[in-house]
Design a protein around this ligand. Structure first.
Ligand code: DAH
Length: 341
């Protein structure tokens, strides 16, 4: 019997010495100590053993089973360790390699500047109101104190669909629509696309404006100046100065144009500012009483200030862009230069 036991052990050891994986080892385990494995089957021979020998035989088989299981367990631990190391090696990551960065899109420069402008004014309590791009003659002109056939219409080369329906040439109709729907205090911005029959390095047939309107009791030119000075302080370098020049718009009286010191030469005079040291950034003024009255606001009680600026113009000044068309060509190389700031 001892011989048989030794034979089993020797064969097992031999098999263990050449087994190469945990999976193959489990076959060996089944072969020896599984339900019908060689060692387990020895117990089935118990009936042929003399009764007085049975207990010592049982003990011997159990000892053998323990020994065999221990040998298998040692091998199993060894193989598992080896397989784990192989797995680590195979899945090794070189963390010193440069990463693959995803290509992220950019916010368009016009949207960067638009968001900065909206943020600047919303921080001062303005709300946003968007009007329609196709509008009527009344909202675009008449309600803004520009009657039919008035020469002031020449200021905007308008695209007409019919005598009455047109592509809005400015965002100023946003003033009228707001005043019609809301009583003061009013403090709104009206951003959006506008259209004019104009096409050269500094004009595009489609461009973007933001109209601002404040209507309340006692609104004055001082409020307009304070508001726009603060806006310029937020949008441009801290040493930028503002200048208010008298101007004319039919919807404001008095009217002004606002200039800032040239951001390229800081006021000394260069090609960007055509030697003047100043660059015009927007038109503004105190809302004409006729405009307030036409929209149902009592001009004896309330007064208003308004301003209108072109987003392309501010973007071109801020980034030193000389041709407006580059903003609409969608040349990725050009657009990539602008980050989110
Ligand atoms: N609507 C004018 C334009 O398109 C801009 C403007 C000027 C708006 C003065 C205003 C303003 O509200 O007061 O050129």
């Amino acid at each position: 019997m001892q011989e048989k036991f030794n034979d089993i052990k020797n064969r097992l050891k031999e098999e263990l010495s050449s087994v190469a994986s945990v999976r193959l080892l489990s076959d060996i385990k089944v072969k020896y100590v599984g339900k019908s494995g060689e060692v387990t089957s020895l117990l089935r021979g118990m009936k042929d053993i003399a009764p007085e020998m049975r207990s010592s035989f049982g003990k011997m088989v159990n000892d053998l089973k323990e020994e065999v299981s221990a040998l298998i367990a040692v091998k199993e631990a060894e193989l598992k360790e080896k397989e784990l190391l192989e797995k680590y090696e195979k899945e090794r990551v070189d963390i010193t390699l440069p990463g693959k960065s995803e290509k992220a899109g950019n916010i368009h420069p016009l949207n960067i500047v638009k968001n900065q402008i909206l943020d600047a004014f919303c921080g001062m309590g303005f709300e946003i109101f968007e009007g329609p791009e196709i509008d009527t003659d009344y909202y675009c002109f008449q309600a803004l104190n520009i009657p039919k056939d008035h020469p002031a219409r020449d200021m905007q080369d308008t695209f007409y669909f019919t005598d009455n329906i047109l592509l809005r040439p400015h965002t100023s109709p946003g003033q009228v629509r707001t005043m019609e729907s809301k009583q003061p205090p009013i403090k709104i911005l009206s951003p959006g696309r506008v259209y004019r029959a104009d096409d050269d390095a500094s004009h595009s047939p489609m461009f973007h404006q933001i109209e601002g309107l404040v209507v309340d009791k006692g609104v004055s030119l001082c409020d307009l100046k304070g508001l726009l000075d603060e806006f310029v302080r937020i949008m441009f370098d801290s040493d930028t100065k503002t200048r208010f020049r008298p101007s004319f718009f039919p919807f404001t009286e008095p009217s002004v144009e606002v200039d800032v010191t040239c951001c390229k030469c800081h006021g000394k005079g260069c090609s960007l500012c055509k030697g003047t040291g100043w660059i015009e950034i927007l038109g503004a003024g105190i809302v004409n009483k006729n405009v307030l009255e036409m929209s149902g606001i009592d001009s004896n009680v309330y007064s208003g200030l308004a301003f209108g600026l072109g987003i392309e113009r501010i973007t071109m000044i801020k980034y030193g862009i000389s041709d407006i068309r580059t903003l609409f060509e969608n040349n990725v190389k050009f657009l990539k230069q602008f980050n989110r700031r």
